[in-house]
Design a protein around this ligand. Structure first.
Ligand code: HBI
Length: 95
């Protein structure tokens, strides 16, 4: 199923509800900092399971207790509702 990317205006409008996130190089981006490396890995593992179930995967970088997470939809070459769905899962998980 092809999915269309959202416009920058649509993205900015939806991001108003998520002030920790920003649009960076066409991707939704947030830096997460955990109490230690093991907690960072626990987060990554939980999101990995969700992502696999949704067949929609993040791009991320982990250095010790930080996780930089980037959400974009490769097949749309931009941000789609699938990215916001994963963002909402992440926000629910970290509380
Ligand atoms: N994850 N972020 C992202 N974007 C995609 O387009 C995507 C994906 N995970 C799996 C996936 N596409 C598959 O549907 C295709 O690789 C077949």
């Amino acid at each position: 199923m092809t999915i269309s990317k959202l416009s920058d205006e649509q993205i900015s409008e939806q991001l108003k509800a998520y002030p920790h996130w920003q649009l960076q190089n066409g991707k939704l981006y947030r830096r997460l900092t955990f109490e230690d490396f093991v907690h960072a890995m626990g987060f990554i593992t939980q999101i990995a399971i969700l992502a696999e179930k949704a067949n929609h995967h993040p791009e991320w970088a982990n250095v010790y207790r930080t996780v930089d997470i980037f959400l974009t939809t490769h097949e749309a070459n931009g941000v789609t509702e699938r990215d916001f769905a994963l963002l909402k899962h992440i926000e629910r998980l970290i509380g």
